[in-house]
Design a protein around this ligand. Structure first.
Ligand SMILES: Nc1nc2c(ncn2[C@@H]2O[C@H](COP(=O)(O)OP(=O)(O)O)[C@@H](O)[C@H]2O)c(=O)[nH]1
Ligand SMILES: [Mg+2]
Length: 299
């Protein structure tokens, strides 16, 4: 029964498939900005010796703004850590981005310097995040008042009604030191797209600062989480194409030139000092102080 059926011979054919081009390498061969890796002494001395050139200004006031969880509070702690040479947490960082912004009150952060009662001649103000369109988050009106020096420490942000002149936290006659001298936009390198409502706020804040001639820089945080290359070694930061793209995008959007944009890794889970983190933080801090000087000399 049923003789064996002969199977047809399989046909073999050579198919020529065009090989996909290899993906472009994620890094440039050479860094496009050179930092003094491994040698922070001159950077540290620069900051330690820094004094505002305008004698009438006792300190430079720096305002950080940006989305919740971008790393604003951590940046302030990181500057303190770098300068005090020990892990510090003066500005409470939120442990998760979902607990909204921890910073609800307007607060000036000073960094102690050697010697009793001494502080560095620059201070940081941290405000709650800009989220979101539905009423939470600091209002642009309040940020404008802060920039002009009308907001006193301890003011509790109320997203639905900005500070008004009758309020006890309203400062009707700000001194030179009450005003903001440098504005720093803080953004995370690994953030998803920024919400539309936040984008509009960023634009409004940038314009208000420009009207007041306040110098602006941007700090891009969390570069350790942004790419494999920077996760492996922070020294790859200015070789990474991804980081450069983040910087050019932010530059185009905020109208801040590339040389005023600084990628950093904040002290977050570290228990010890790390030279490479310090190098990045110091490079941003140096420009903040220089720009603060320029602004206060022209006041
Ligand atoms: N890996 C990493 N985590 C960071 C960095 N900066 C901040 N964080 C973490 O991100 C979270 C939010 O930071 P926080 O400073 O509270 O953000 P803020 O809301 O802008 O003040 C915290 O868990 C920080 O530890 C960074 O550069 N790298
Ligand atoms: Mg905060």
């Amino acid at each position: 029964m049923g003789g064996e059926q002969s199977k047809p011979e399989p046909v073999t054919r050579t198919v020529y498939v065009e090989k996909p081009a290899p993906p472009p390498p994620p890094m440039y061969d050479e860094p496009w900005r050179v930092l003094p890796w491994g040698n922070n002494i001159s950077g540290l001395n620069y900051v330690k010796d820094y004094q505002p050139q305008n004698d009438e200004v006792k300190f430079i006031r720096v305002l950080l703004y940006g989305p919740v969880g971008a790393g604003k509070s951590s940046f302030i702690s990181s500057v303190s850590t770098v300068l005090r040479r020990r892990i510090a947490t003066p500005a409470k960082a939120s442990s998760t981005t979902s607990d909204q912004s921890y910073t609800k009150k307007y607060k000036t952060h000073k960094i102690p310097k050697e010697g009793r009662g001494n502080f560095y001649p620059f201070v940081f103000n941290d405000i709650m995040g800009l989220e979101d369109g539905s009423g939470r988050g600091v209002s642009v009106e309040d940020i404008k008042l802060i920039m002009k020096g009308h907001v006193k420490d301890g003011y509790k942000f109320n997203p639905v009604s900005p500070l008004s002149p009758g309020d006890p936290h309203y400062n009707p006659s700000p001194s030179m030191e009450d005003r903001i001298h440098v504005l720093v936009c803080v953004q995370s390198a690994n953030a998803q797209e920024i919400q539309g409502s936040v984008l509009q706020k960023l634009k409004d804040i940038r314009e208000a600062a420009s009207d007041l001639d306040i110098p602006q820089i941007a700090v891009i945080t969390k570069i350790d989480e942004a790419t494999e290359e920077t996760e492996r070694d922070l020294r790859n930061v200015y070789k990474s194409k991804h980081v450069k793209k983040k910087m050019t995008d932010l530059s185009a959007f905020l109208g801040i030139p590339m040389n005023c944009i600084f990628p950093v890794k904040n002290y977050s889970e570290e228990t010890d000092l790390k030279d490479d983190l310090d190098t990045l933080i110091l490079s941003a801090l140096k420009l903040i102080l220089d720009l603060g000087d320029d602004f206060t000399c022209d006041m």
